[in-house]
Design a binder for this molecule. Structure first.
Ligand code: ZN
Length: 347
């Protein structure tokens, strides 16, 4: 299903379904001007997504001689169909270097084994990890192969007809997430950096020390852009973007405070134990009733909050007798110090 969502430049939204996934859909945007098209994000590499995307592109009669693609980030619900759609076409696939490199590691390396080891250390059992190998919605549906990309940096311009879109580097949700901005129209394609009726997942990444800190810095960065229209990659946007940014920042402050309290109550506990103490929207379910795949995401989120606190010397890892985390001071003192850091995110 396609919907026109913007005029001058013309932007269509192709509604790509994400079956059995809590995100429900992916908004693939197609920007068109002067016979040129730019496709922004694709959906998973699975038949339901491919049919929806290709039907939409056919309906829009994109001229494949003049069509490029921009990927906001490496997640497979955004990049999954990139090579399948573009391999026969002369157009480029634009992407940040960080996410393109990371995607190479995922597709060519043994990233999942590395993550399995980390989650086991953080409290998942061997059986749970084995079960998640098949059932984790974050796995599978990745691009068929590692594709070449045209690397774009912060501030680079991508031309679509007479419109020059600016790349805005917003690491956090992934190591190299990027948004697209059209200054003269105050128009932002926000990818998964800002979502409106769900909160973007912030997790811990191998070789990234502080993904939550990066994410919060990227929220502060984007808040300085003049935005009138914001097009997110999932679901709808029915609220003021600046209010939403402050809501997301506040949400993480509360979760960081809860993390400090949980580690204060259970020193030397691993991230699964800490995660079970935090407040999640679980629709009335308890932690143990929460589907295992959802717990896996929650533990990833918990680790990114623990990393944030470690980077600011409020917390440390205990690797000696017990593997886990402990506070560097009393919970009250840590929360006070957290609030000092926090003022940097206030307007
Ligand atoms: Zn994502």
């Amino acid at each position: 299903m396609i919907t026109k969502v913007y005029e001058n430049p013309t932007i269509y939204k192709i509604d790509v379904p994400l079956p059995n996934n809590p995100l429900k859909n992916l908004n693939s945007y197609v920007i068109q001007d002067g016979g040129e098209s730019l496709i922004v994000d694709t959906g998973f590499n699975r038949p339901e997504c491919k049919v929806a995307l290709l039907e939409g592109l056919q309906e829009l009669k994109v001229n494949w001689e003049k069509t490029n693609m921009f990927l906001t980030h490496l997640h497979s619900d955004h990049s999954g169909l990139a090579p399948a759609v573009m391999h026969e076409n002369p157009g480029k696939i634009y992407m940040s270097k960080k996410d393109h490199d990371y995607l190479g590691w995922i597709l060519n390396g043994n990233r999942w084994d590395t993550f399995d080891g980390i989650y086991q250390k953080e409290g998942f059992t061997e059986e749970q990890v084995a079960w998640l190998k098949d059932e984790n919605p974050a796995r599978g549906f990745e691009p068929d192969y590692y594709f070449d990309a045209e690397i774009v940096d912060d501030g680079d311009r991508i031309q679509v007809g007479s419109y020059g879109f600016q790349c805005v580097y917003t690491p956090g949700h992934t190591p190299g997430h990027m948004c697209l901005y059209l200054p003269e129209k105050k128009l932002m394609l926000s990818g998964d950096h800002i979502l409106f009726d769900i909160t973007p997942n912030i997790t811990s990444w191998v070789a990234v020390d502080d993904s939550l800190g990066n994410y919060l810095d990227s929220l502060v960065k984007i808040r300085n852009y003049d935005m009138e229209t914001v097009l997110p990659a999932h679901r709808k946007n029915e609220m003021d973007v600046y209010v939403r940014i402050d809501e997301i920042i506040h949400h993480h402050l509360i979760r960081l405070e809860e993390t400090i309290d949980a580690v204060g109550d259970f020193p030397n506990a691993h991230a699964t134990k800490i995660g079970s103490c935090l407040k999640w929207s679980m629709r009335g379910k308890t932690w143990d009733e929460f589907p295992l795949s959802q717990r896996w995401f929650a533990v990833g989120e918990t680790m990114s909050h623990l990393d944030y606190l470690i980077q600011r010397d409020l917390m440390e890892k205990t690797e000696d007798e017990f593997y886990g985390y402990k506070l560097t001071n009393t919970a009250e003192a840590c929360k006070e110090k957290l609030n000092q850091h926090w003022r940097g995110y206030e307007k």
